[in-house]
Design a protein around this ligand. Structure first.
Ligand SMILES: Nc1ncnc2c1ncn2[C@@H]1O[C@H](COP(=O)(O)OP(=O)(O)OP(=O)(O)O)[C@@H](O)[C@H]1O
Length: 254
């Protein structure tokens, strides 16, 4: 038995060139968490996600995945980590020139030895999981916003990831579709025994499915608090965190 956290963010600073975005980030994520990264517009949520998925080396500190630091690892370890992650960013989740079937098949073709027939079966299964059975031949432009998000989820799930990253998964969806997507994320997370990290502004999602969250602050350029969002909403010692989670007007100025 080890007490190494599933993910440990240690003294992390992130930014672009000489412009710091966030610093002194320290928190852990447990296996099976549905972990939200929250905070006002432009505070650095997407930047944190980019840094966590290997797209932006930190300016200081580290993110450890069961003790492994992506940026310090050799290529084989980096590929192992990358193929155990499913990532959907807000834009560009799907390649527009490919059908849904081809989009979902792509990671399987790149990273597995499966035959064409096996890939076809896995694609059909993943599309069924997100309620898109029979849509293999559709192009992303032929889908509604909600279907597009679910198809992005199917592609992220292609390699049965143990860790899923989502940037604003329900952006642009109506409240009902957004709630259905939340339920789908919870079901898939349980079925695949996965852990999920979500960047989101959506308070109903944060409150209904979030197990823990970290609040990034624009003013101080660091985290103000982290923990169970329901707890923080009531008891955070940080007024800006309570304002945000209670949707007080004061949080809108962030
Ligand atoms: N590629 C980039 N180069 C330089 N600065 C960037 C880049 N991408 C983002 N930034 C800046 O970094 C800061 C944080 O941006 P980021 O997109 O991470 O915030 P966010 O919290 O995800 O915002 P939102 O909630 O509005 O999507 C912003 O000031 C943004 O202008």
């Amino acid at each position: 038995m080890t007490d190494t956290p599933f993910i440990a963010v240690n003294d992390l600073s992130i930014g672009y060139g000489n412009t710091p975005v966030q610093g002194q980030l320290n928190f852990t994520i447990q296996k099976n968490d549905i972990f939200f990264v929250i905070g006002g517009s432009g505070c650095g949520k997407t930047t944190l996600l980019k840094s966590m998925v290997g797209l932006l080396p930190p300016t200081q500190g580290e993110v450890l995945y069961q003790g492994q630091n992506f940026y310090d690892s050799d290529e084989a370890t980096q590929i192992n980590l990358l193929t155990s992650w499913g990532i959907t960013f807000q834009t560009g989740a799907l390649l527009s020139s490919m059908t849904l079937g081809e989009n979902v098949a792509l990671p399987l073709q790149l990273y597995t030895q499966l035959s064409a027939r096996q890939i076809k079966e896995v694609v059909a299964y993943k599309l069924a999981l997100v309620g898109l059975s029979g849509f293999e031949a559709f192009y992303p432009s032929q889908l509604s916003g909600g279907m597009h998000k679910r198809a992005g989820l199917a592609r992220a799930l292609a390699l049965e990831p143990k860790l899923l990253f989502f940037d604003e998964p329900s952006a642009g969806l109506d409240p009902i579709s957004s709630m259905r997507l939340d339920q789908l994320i919870v079901q898939l997370c349980q079925a695949l025994d996965s852990t999920v990290i979500i960047v989101s502004h959506e308070l109903p999602s944060i409150m209904s499915i979030g197990t823990r969250c970290v609040f990034l602050d624009n003013h101080t350029k660091t985290m103000l608090d982290y923990g169970d969002p329901k707890e923080l909403k009531l008891n955070s010692s940080q007024p800006r965190v309570r304002q945000f989670l209670n949707r007080d007007d004061a949080s809108e100025s962030q």
